[in-house]
Design a protein around this ligand. Structure first.
Ligand code: C2E
Ligand code: CA
Ligand code: CA
Length: 738
């Protein structure tokens, strides 16, 4: 069977995969064989590693990545301990090999390198965790064995425990962990070689010292209390993680278990310390933790670490406050596309450096969230304050300054390949008291605010504002709900009659769309048309409105009693700028007219004046074609734009629709003389160009009369009727026919 081409294209052939796995196992065994205590030969050891390599390879590919992959890697770590690879070197070498070769030999080349790297880092983490856990369990059982034989030795030789029992000696000398014995005053009496080596190899540095000299600033606060209890005989043993200084001043991290040894009468006599060196493991964990919490490209803290810090700042308790600047570079995509990704990467590194230098005060941090998004967090310069001050005022001020510094740092152009690149950014600021919001809420608000800064022109910062957030969230919700709403038929149309001013008869109607939203109720077009414009949904929505309105108009015409008025009822439909730019406009309109059986002369498309300002011939061509077919084109909201009246001649327009603001001017008593003059002028000009004039927003009889006197042809407004369901219009036009 032939596999689908997509699968054969980039997936590694099975045989080849097996080869690669074997090679990976070879490299691995070469790296760790020298540090294992195994009795296997190298070749046998390599075969032993092969199934483990396969598990890692599978874990690298498993979909979805997660717990299953992690537990596989965890098991590989444990298997290493079981195979006697207990030297800490064996783990770090294993991680080195996995880090360098796993993706290379076992990657399938299908997923982005960055993703594979991230998975590989997680696997290393799990291997180390599995290894550490298995090692701990093993050490514990070893420790138990030692403690058992020490106790046995004590009962066998009552006075001099360290001198007599050979069995204890053997364990003592041969143990892989450090053992030391001290009296109750803390004088160290005996140490084994492992312990001496741990402390740097000088026996006198360990023996002859006193136990309580081994204090370290990072000691757990309770370690010496536990010790006291043990000496007093109140506890048999305790176990704790403890750092020591080696004789060269470096730090040795250990798991320390101290047990009390009693004499035959049960009186406390000696203390026995079992010390496991965890320094390497700790360093490894630190390295892995660093990799898991920092961005590989810029070295900045990553999203994970940022969320940890934010969480901490938000749960810091009463009286604490925080400030967050969410930065997104303006136009980074364009830079990346034109200069290439490697230049884009270098740019990000440079920006990261600059940002870092903006946030150096205590309590400030900068992180990269991904792509060209960065955040700066401040928790106030003085978190341990004891006087009560207005901390929120302080952080507001600090955050504003931080944002200012960031914009300042971006303002110097970046030199890339000998070119000066100008970088700008938009910042959304959220600040406030701890304990009020979750990290996710804060970040969402910052994100929304950043977009507000961006749409206000970019290169600026804005402060979050709960009302703006709420608006943005509803807007977002409406935007995402739009496509489904069209499919579910949640839109409907209301019709508002257009009346002839001369005799008051109904000339036609304007179709006005509404959305019956399942949660928000009926929404007017001002709420969703801009969103539909923005997402492109306006094209199918507009097509639906046109189709529905054309069908309705044809229906009205069919319903009219024959012969009572030979003038056809007309339908006005609004067109958005995006529809004007859509290549299918003419074909769609022709198709809709044909299907509905409506003649082109009964349709009027309303286009806003602003959409046509500066329009070139290409944009006008579809309108011109429609006009040639007999469709009327009306210039909607006329008088609100700045179009050159002389330009009207050039447009394929047959109707001017005067904006409502003129009608409003006429509502005053006496009517605004300037408005009257303007309307008079426009009507005269329009008529001289053979354009008809419609007025909108007529709310009173006085306005209607005035506009009639001024020579307007048709009118629309609440005075005649509010927009309503289609049968209302039918009734109106019948009434007026009588
Ligand atoms: P428009 O084309 O200027 O529509 C006239 C608006 O004025 C309508 O608001 C109407 O309800 C309102 N109106 C009518 N008479 C009066 C009056 O006497 N006084 C006052 N104060 N207002 C009056 P609506 O329905 O909210 O529509 C708002 C805008 O939405 C429309 O402005 C139009 O630009 C757009 N629109 C409506 N339907 C569609 C559509 O199907 N497609 C597109 N692209 N835009 C549409
Ligand atoms: Ca309109
Ligand atoms: Ca209008």
């Amino acid at each position: 069977m032939k596999l689908p081409s997509q699968a054969t294209g980039s997936t590694v052939e099975p045989n080849c995969l097996e080869d690669r796995l074997q090679r990976f196992a070879t490299i691995w065994s070469r790296a760790i064989f020298p540090v294992t205590a195994t009795s296997l030969t190298r070749a046998e050891f390599e075969q032993h590693l092969l199934p483990l390599a396969r598990r890692l390879s599978d874990a690298l590919h498993s979909r979805p990545s997660g717990t299953a992959a992690n537990s596989a890697a965890h098991a590989v770590g444990a298997a290493l301990v079981a195979a006697h690879c207990t030297d800490p070197d064996a783990l770090s070498r294993t991680l080195g090999v996995v880090d360098a070769y796993l993706v290379l030999y076992c990657g399938n080349g299908q997923e982005p390198a960055e993703d594979s790297r991230a998975r590989c880092a997680r696997l290393q983490h799990a291997i180390a965790a599995g290894y550490a856990q298995a090692l701990r369990e093993r050490t514990l059982s070893e420790q138990e064995a030692i403690a058992r034989s020490a106790l046995a030795a004590r009962s066998d030789a009552m006075e001099a425990l360290h001198a007599t029992e050979t069995r204890f000696r053997a364990v003592f000398e041969g143990a892989a962990i450090g053992i030391g014995i001290a009296d109750l005053e803390g004088n160290v009496l005996e140490v084994n070689d492992t312990l001496t080596r741990m402390f740097g190899g000088l026996e006198h540095h360990v023996r002859g010292r006193k136990v309580n000299e081994w204090v370290h600033p990072e000691d757990r606060p309770n370690v010496w209390d536990l010790h006291e209890e043990l000496i007093r005989g109140e506890r048999e043993h305790f176990r704790i993680e403890k750092p020591f200084y080696r004789n060269d001043g470096t730090v040795l991290w250990t798991n320390l278990t101290v047990s009390l040894l009693r004499d035959a009468e049960g009186r406390p006599k000696y203390q026995l310390a079992l010390i496991e060196d965890t320094t390497e493991r700790r360093l490894l964990n630190l390295r892995l933790r660093y990799e898991a919490t920092h961005d590989a490209l810029t070295g900045l803290p990553n999203r994970t670490l940022f969320f940890e810090r934010l969480e901490k700042a938000l749960t810091a308790g009463e009286g604490n406050s925080f400030g967050l600047c969410y930065l997104d570079l303006d136009g980074f995509k364009a830079i990346n596309d034109s200069l290439g990704h490697s230049a884009g990467d270098r740019l990000l590194v440079e920006i990261a450096d600059r940002l870092q230098s903006c946030a150096t005060a205590p309590g400030e941090m900068v992180a990269r969230l991904g792509g060209d998004e960065f955040v700066a967090l401040t928790t106030g310069s003085d978190s341990g304050r004891d006087t009560i001050r207005d901390t929120s005022r302080d952080t507001e001020h600090e955050t504003r300054e931080l944002a200012g510094r960031i914009l300042g740092a971006l303002s110097t152009p970046v030199m890339l390949d000998g070119r000066e690149i100008r970088v700008r950014g938009s910042i959304g600021i959220v600040e406030g008291a701890a304990g009020e919001r979750t990290p996710a809420e804060v970040l969402r608000s910052a994100d929304i605010t950043m977009y507000r800064a961006k749409s206000a022109g970019g290169n600026r910062y804005e402060f979050a504002d709960p009302e703006a957030d709420a608006r943005a969230i509803t807007r977002h919700g409406l935007t995402t709900a739009l496509p489904a709403a069209l499919e579910r038929g949640e839109f409907f149309i209301e019709y508002q009659p257009l009346v002839r001013l001369g005799d008051g008869s109904v000339h036609g109607a304007e179709a006005l769309v509404r959305w019956c939203h399942p949660q928000h109720g009926v929404l007017g077009p001002d709420r969703f048309i801009p969103l539909a414009e923005h997402t492109g949904l306006i094209v199918p929505l507009g097509r639906w409105v046109l189709q529905e309105a054309a069908r309705q108009a044809r229906f009205w015409q069919d319903q009219r009693p024959a012969g009572h008025d030979d003038r056809t009822l007309r339908i006005n439909v609004n067109l958005s700028p995006a529809q004007l730019h859509h290549p299918g406009l003419v074909a769609d309109t022709v198709d809709i007219l044909e299907r509905s059986g409506l003649e082109p002369g009964a349709l009027c498309l309303e286009v806003t004046e602003s959409a046509l300002i500066g329009a070139d011939e290409d944009l006008l061509k579809p309108l011109r074609q429609l006009a040639e077919m007999g469709v009327d084109i009306a210039l909607d909201d006329f008088g609100t734009g700045y179009s050159n009246l002389a330009n009207l001649r050039r447009l394929p327009v047959s109707i001017l629709k005067l904006d409502r603001s003129f009608t409003q001017g006429m509502q005053q008593h006496p009517a605004d003389p300037v408005d009257i003059k303007i309307v008079e002028g426009i009507v005269a000009l329009a008529h001289s160009l053979e354009l008809a004039v419609t007025v909108e927003g007529v709310e009173t009889g006085a306005q209607a009369e005035q506009l009639r006197e001024l020579g307007c042809d048709t009118a629309q407004g609440w005075y005649y009727a509010r927009p309503g369901p289609p049968d209302r219009l039918h009734a109106l036009s019948l009434a007026d026919a009588v």
